[in-house]
Design a binder for this molecule. Structure first.
Ligand code: C2E
Ligand code: CA
Ligand code: CA
Length: 583
């Protein structure tokens, strides 16, 4: 057994040395005459126990206890229990030493070989127990502070660190930036490829982001696919922008995980203290609002908190709450706008358009559809629309107006880009077609060109599988966006709908007429069906006829109508025809 004996009194050292050795031969005692020399010894050798005098001239036994505690924590000298020896019989001092971390306290008058050895043995045992306790405590602490999957700091730890950074701010006059980051459409990855792929994606994303950060920066996982980064002591706000930009850049390259290529973007919100926020709660809320804004702006981008954001945010939240309630209460119905044959102006089909039926202040579709898209409520709502519209078409086609050229009507249904990320969409459509016994070719799905701008392989698959069912695909709002020939080639498009803003009117009449003529020529050359929407005047009807546009839709011919309205008209038409036949 190796014992380090620290005592400034040479006589006492020799006495203790003899006492110890008398009882057992295998004890090696190394002597040190003050705390510093003792610590030197501890750095070089491993000891089973330290016996340390309390009363020494410069540093006392208490200094030795504290020094050992520090080195114990850094683990290098774990395993060195300490016993304090003192001339004093002061009980209070003994308690102080034990509380500070000593394993035992002996008075010099008490020292006999037996007592010393017994004290050493029990000090060692006690020390081992303490050590075990410390280790399990450390383990619990890691669990409590770390996210299991990514090994990043967790929410709890993040809160502590954020508070700390903001406290430091009071001393130095820089700023703290809080970056909140949320992966775009991460849920789709989990839903489509399973949680194993989702988990690995999170780990790989974290590794890439770590490469953009300095070591001292706090990077935490707040839960799910939400992360936070604290940039302390920032001289300039541009640094936060740069870090955000680098993160978006490193995420650009898709990840190959378990054989599938996964692309993921991120929406980033940034707020500063003290520039924007006064405290932890505020900076978090403001960075969150900015992140929300980044999502609303189309995702995969950075947004900084600005003052008027909070107002906008609150009214957005209110709208979202109303929408959720309305969906729950089924406060929607579909209206149908008739579509007419360009030559003879016979009704040939309908476009289903959703209406919010609320008693007070209902929102228009162009107000609530974007919110439904952002919140993905459109998936649920969209399925209801598809089911409802196909059902309605089956009812109308089964009860055709007599002598109505006996042709089945067609139904156009709008699809949001968000719905295209649902790989089960075509199965759902097929079920509806079967359920209501409607032929696929009578259903046309309208997609906007922007939906086709940034498509993944999976979106292409969804569009192709809908087309493979036999349903038609129309490109909506044609002429407003990119009107790219490549879209018309790349996707199985059957129809283009020339946007209502292009209908020639007023001062733009000549210019728009030429534009529409050009678009019609382009669509004709690709043998696509053409629908002109927003036809509001007789002149526009005639212009469309001159350009041989096959289908017309617009307020001049008919507004979108409720089912009961259309049913009334059909009944009136049947009655008129019956009377005509009788005549
Ligand atoms: P959209 O798909 O371009 O629908 C045509 C819009 O033009 C409809 O507005 C319709 O009422 C309006 N419209 C029809 N004829 C005329 C006309 O002659 N002049 C003018 N100025 N407007 C005309 P609505 O119903 O308010 O819908 C607005 C947008 O909301 C739609 O544009 C579509 O993007 C979206 N939306 C409506 N219903 C649905 C739906 O069921 N699902 C999805 N995903 N989006 C929908
Ligand atoms: Ca449409
Ligand atoms: Ca349109």
């Amino acid at each position: 057994m190796n014992v380090l004996l620290v005592d400034d009194d040479l006589v006492d050292r020799k006495h203790i040395q003899r006492t110890l050795k008398r009882g057992s031969a295998d004890i090696i005692v190394v002597e040190a005459e003050n705390v510093d020399l003792g610590l030197e010894q501890l750095k070089q050798n491993k000891f089973d126990v330290v016996l340390c005098d309390f009363n020494m001239p410069r540093k006392t036994g208490m200094d030795m206890i504290n020094a050992l505690k520090v080195s114990n924590e850094s683990e290098s000298k774990l395993g060195t229990p300490i016993i304090i020896i003192s001339t004093s019989e002061d009980d209070a001092l003994a308690v102080q030493c034990l509380e500070a971390g000593a394993q035992d306290f002996l008075t010099k008058t008490d020292i006999t070989g037996f007592r010393l050895r017994r004290a050493i043995a029990s000090a060692k045992t006690r020390f081992k127990l303490e050590e075990r306790l410390v280790k399990s405590h450390q383990k619990i602490q890691v669990l409590a502070e770390q996210d299991g999957l990514t090994k990043l700091a967790n929410r709890h730890m993040f809160d502590i660190q954020l508070e700390q950074s903001l406290n430091d701010l009071k001393r130095n006059k820089d700023r703290v930036a809080l970056i909140l980051l949320d992966l775009d459409h991460f849920k789709d990855v989990n839903d489509n490829y399973g949680h194993d792929v989702g988990d690995e994606l999170l780990q790989r994303v974290v590794n890439r982001i770590k490469g953009c950060l300095r070591g001292s920066v706090v990077f935490a996982r707040l839960g799910g696919d939400e992360f936070a980064i604290i940039l302390p002591q920032l001289e300039s706000v541009h640094i936060a922008d740069k870090v955000g930009g680098r993160i978006l850049k490193v995420l650009e390259k898709p990840f190959l995980i378990k054989g599938v290529m996964v692309s993921i973007g991120a929406s980033i919100g940034i707020a500063f203290c003290p520039d924007n926020a006064k405290n932890r709660t505020e900076i978090f809320k403001f960075a969150d609002i900015a992140m929300y804004k980044a999502k609303a702006l189309g995702r995969n981008q950075i947004a900084f908190f600005e003052d008027d954001m909070q107002k906008q945010f609150l009214s957005r939240i209110e709208a979202e709450t109303r929408l959720r309630k309305a969906i729950k209460a089924k406060s929607f119905e579909l209206h149908y706008q008739p579509v007419f044959n360009g030559d003879n102006l016979n009704e040939i089909g309908y476009e289903a358009l959703i209406r919010w039926v609320a008693d007070d202040n209902p929102m228009r579709p162009d107000e609530f559809i974007p919110i439904a898209e952002e919140t993905r409520l459109i998936n649920e709502l969209g399925q209801w629309i598809i089911d409802q519209a196909i059902h309605q078409l089956s009812l109308w086609n089964n009860a055709k107006v007599e002598s109505d050229h006996s042709k089945s009507r067609k139904m156009a249904i709008n699809l949001s880009p968000v719905q295209l990320s649902d790989i089960n969409l075509s199965c759902f459509i097929k079920e509806c077609l079967d359920k209501y016994n409607v032929s696929a070719e009578n259903i046309e799905f309208e997609l906007t060109e922007t939906a086709l701008l940034d498509v993944s392989e999976q979106t292409v698959q969804v569009i192709e599988s809908i087309s493979a069912l036999g349903c038609k695909i129309a490109l909506d709002d044609f002429g407003t966006g990119y009107s790219s020939i490549s879209h018309l080639h790349q996707f199985p498009i059957d129809t283009v709908k020339i946007d209502k803003s292009l209908m020639p009117t007023g001062t733009d009449k000549e210019k728009n007429y030429k534009l529409v003529r050009g678009l019609v020529a382009m669509a004709n050359s690709l043998e696509l069906n053409i629908v002109a929407e927003g036809v509001e005047t007789l002149e526009q009807v005639e212009m469309c006829q001159k350009l041989n546009i096959q289908c017309l839709q617009g307020f001049f011919l008919s507004k979108p109508l409720s089912v009961s309205h259309i049913d009334d008209m059909r009944r009136a038409l049947t009655k008129r025809k019956t009377i005509n036949i009788k005549d």
